[in-house]
Design a protein around this ligand. Structure first.
Ligand code: BGC
Length: 432
């Protein structure tokens, strides 16, 4: 049922006249090809929107058929900056890049830059990208509705101590698909299940009504996190989902993401535990200050509690740290709650991924599709059963699709370089 609803929303998002109001945005990315293995060059990459902000120098070497990541640096973005002004944020990014160029002895060069910016953007071209809205923990003023490339370039010019070459804007899902695509050329889907969740895939140009041209394919950033923002998932949202939404900094948006991704899973579990305690079904009805405090039950606890061998012991240690007095049965119930919430997340993701796989299969008029999904994100990587549950559910919902899952090796960094490299290759081939 969820997959059928999303299928309908994919069509609405792609339609010329329906996309304005569509909750699932289906954004054209201007990425028209996946890597063919001949890409090469020297690139800078920025990665904003996951757990950390990073600056990278990537060298793509053709001969060895692999990407070499030369070096990278993490720059912290303090919480108040995530909620401050856009100018402060971009000045900070430009300063981090400057420090990095000095440390790499690259300041005199003008390298092309791939910018992995993991938020929904209306892309006008590969180097023109308007932020539709902030998601996850970010909410900087004066950026929504603006071209992110322009804001970055202005910040660099304000400093005046270095310059950059052409810029390619990349969503993290696209980076993930592209970095896996370099290893496996049948990789045509990218999926993230981390702080946020989203996926992209290669769509037939004739279905991308908002971009001129009928031939070939273009990568579409689905922004499936927004699924349900028109109320279409109301019947499966729980009272806990509604509280999470109400307490978030972006109430009413990214409904699907709030049921799935790492930023919210821990909080959903906490709310269920609070309710069970109030109903005297846990801890003999005795709560603790920590359990009552939003954010104190971290998403990583879920992975620890669901560990095969030490899970129960981990649960008990965590409950003690949260100031709770538990008995064996309490720790078992807590484990069951974690399993319920993480399984729901994995199955919802699977329903969405099955929708994409089935769509690609039908697009190509195939009875059977063999394809690869590049995946990244802390929830997918770190949770002990998440990936198994997701794969089993996709098999059930898309039986005609044979899907290989490839965990991306640093998709946000290398993928951004790869998008830039493919764009250069296509431009070069166009000139020949
Ligand atoms: C953003 C997407 C991003 C996803 C995963 C979501 O909140 O809207 O653009 O791909 O998080 O990082």
């Amino acid at each position: 049922e969820v997959s059928a609803r999303l299928k309908r929303d994919f069509s609405r998002g792609l339609g010329k006249h329906s996309h304005h109001k569509a909750p699932v945005k289906m954004l054209p990315t201007f990425v028209r090809a996946t890597p063919d293995g001949t890409e090469k060059g020297d690139f800078l990459a920025l990665d904003l929107g996951g757990t950390n902000f990073r600056v990278l120098h990537v060298r793509v070497v053709e001969e060895q058929q692999k990407v070499l990541k030369m070096d990278s640096q993490i720059c912290a973005i303090p919480q108040d900056m995530m909620l401050g002004t856009g100018e402060q944020l971009f000045d900070h990014i430009a300063a981090c890049l400057s420090d990095f160029l000095v440390s790499q002895d690259l300041k005199g060069q003008t390298l092309p830059l791939g910018f992995t910016f993991s938020f929904p953007c209306e892309q006008k071209e590969i180097d023109k990208s308007i932020l539709i809205r902030w998601t996850k923990g970010f909410n900087c003023s004066g950026v929504e509705g603006k071209d992110v490339v322009k804001l970055l370039k202005e910040a660099i010019h304000r400093r005046g101590d270095y310059d950059i070459g052409s810029v390619a804007m990349v969503n993290d899902t696209v980076g993930t698909m592209m970095s896996c695509g370099y290893r496996d050329q049948s990789c045509e889907i990218g999926m993230i299940i981390g702080t946020g969740t989203n996926a992209c895939y290669m769509e037939e140009m004739k279905n991308v009504k908002r971009v001129e041209g009928e031939d070939g394919r273009m990568c579409i950033n689905t922004e499936w996190g927004g699924f349900g923002d028109d109320g279409s998932l109301k019947d499966i949202q729980t009272e806990f989902d509604r509280v999470v939404d109400k307490m978030s900094i972006n109430t009413g948006v990214h409904t699907f993401e709030k049921m799935i991704s790492g930023m919210y899973l821990g909080e959903i579990v906490r709310l269920v535990l609070v309710k069970l305690t109030e109903d005297k079904l846990l801890f003999k009805g005795q709560s603790s200050e920590a359990l009552k405090t939003p954010g104190r039950f971290e998403t990583k606890f879920i992975s620890e509690i669901e560990e095969q061998d030490n899970g129960l012991e981990n649960a008990q240690n965590i409950l003690t740290k949260l100031g709770l007095k538990w008995e064996l049965v309490d720790s078992r119930v807590v484990r069951l709650v974690c399993d319920t919430i993480s399984s729901r997340s994995a199955r919802l993701c699977a329903a969405a991924l099955a929708t994409i796989a089935n769509r690609i299969r039908v697009n190509r008029g195939l009875d059977h599709l063999k394809t690869t999904v590049g995946v990244d994100g802390t929830v997918y990587r770190k949770h002990p059963n998440f990936s198994d549950e997701l794969k089993a559910t996709v098999r059930l919902l898309a039986p005609e699709c044979d899907i290989t899952f490839l965990v991306s090796e640093d998709g946000s960094g290398k993928g951004a370089a790869m998008v830039t490299a493919v764009a250069q290759r296509l431009a070069l081939q166009g000139h020949l």
